[in-house]
Ligand binder design. Structure first.
Ligand code: BDR
Ligand code: CA
Length: 312
């Protein structure tokens, strides 16, 4: 199986992705690393521990990540209006009492990649601060990782924080630039594809009674569904983080385009992801030259993806 580290801010859709990963024989979860985003980092840690407990996998280590962006800014915008103030859609389930493993998320990523050279996949489901810090600790990390799969960005579509930015990239645009400029074996799954993948309210109801995971996910998804109802006027939720898990297990679900990616770091377009479409028409030198050609998902077999997600 693929040795997987999930870097996460659970979060309703992170919870879906994590439980789906526990139900996927193709992956072996080496650990979860926490990061701010949907909730502050300490709550992400606690929620990740709770999800491991729920999955009967308290043996899987949870390692706490950064509390602030690379610029040292504590998260301005916690998404309690999307995921509830507990990250579990305000259902306030009993939380696991276990402790996180010692060390930092960045150290954990570096150590796992050293122990299993060429085998580890990092699935980054939130701001990219931990991954950027890991690259700082070990500049050779990209050669040691099998690949990095990122849920984030909005290329040919508007963002979800504002017209420019998708939430995970907005959380730490500097970290995203570090990652996109240094990791050639990087796959990016953004809103271009996740907004094509929806789970309907009825499909969510169908999870009820499908084991402890199904019942839990249906329950925490109700608040998340309310957000989609208000903001997108639909009786369905977008599949974000679990789509990125699907990209780990079955990359052929997506159409990938290769090219350099740059993130805007300041001003009203902060968090905007811009992709070089490779027209080779640029004259003279520019800062895009030398950027690795990373893979961006621009098309998706959405029906197949959604049924894969519901199955897991
Ligand atoms: C991303 O932002 C978070 O709210 C979700 O968990 C997902 O990772 C979608 O933009
Ligand atoms: Ca997330």
């Amino acid at each position: 199986p693929i040795k997987l580290i999930i870097d996460t801010d659970p979060g309703v859709d992170d919870s879906m992705a994590i439980l789906a990963a526990f139900n996927s024989p193709e992956v072996e979860i080496l650990g979860l690393t926490s990061i701010y985003g949907n909730v502050p980092t300490p709550m992400a840690t606690r929620n990740a521990l709770t999800l491991c407990h729920l999955a009967g996998r308290s043996d899987v280590p949870v390692v706490e990540g950064a509390h602030k962006s690379l610029r040292g800014v504590a998260k301005e915008r916690i998404a309690d209006f999307v995921h509830g103030s507990d990250g579990f859609g305000n259902t306030n389930p009993p939380l696991a009492e276990a402790s996180p493993a010692p060390g930092s998320a960045a150290e954990f990523i570096v150590r796992c990649a050293r122990e299993h050279p060429g085998e580890v996949v990092v699935l980054a489901l939130a701001a990219l601060t931990n991954v950027a810090l890991a690259l700082h600790l070990d500049p050779q990390l990209p050669e040691k990782l099998n690949r990095l799969v990122v849920l984030g960005g909005a290329f040919n579509v508007n963002g979800n924080v504002n017209p420019a930015a998708e939430a995970n990239i907005f959380g730490d645009p500097d970290a995203a630039n570090v990652v996109f400029s240094r990791v050639p074996n990087c796959y990016v799954v953004g809103l271009d594809v996740t907004h094509q993948c929806k789970i309907t309210a009825r499909q969510l109801d169908g999870l009820q009674g499908r084991g402890r995971h199904g019942t839990f996910l249906r329950s925490i998804s109700q608040f998340y569904l309310g957000y989609h109802r208000r903001v997108y006027d639909m009786e369905a939720v977008y599949v974000h983080d679990t789509a990125a898990l699907a990209a780990v297990v079955d990359p052929a679900l997506f159409d990938w385009e290769e090219g350099g990616v740059v993130v805007v770091t300041d001003g009203p377009a902060k968090g905007r992801t811009i992709r070089d479409e490779g027209h080779k028409r640029w004259v003279g030198t520019n800062e895009w030259q030398g950027l690795p050609a990373i893979k961006v998902a621009l098309g998706v077999r959405s029906e197949r993806l959604v049924s894969w997600v519901l199955d897991r």
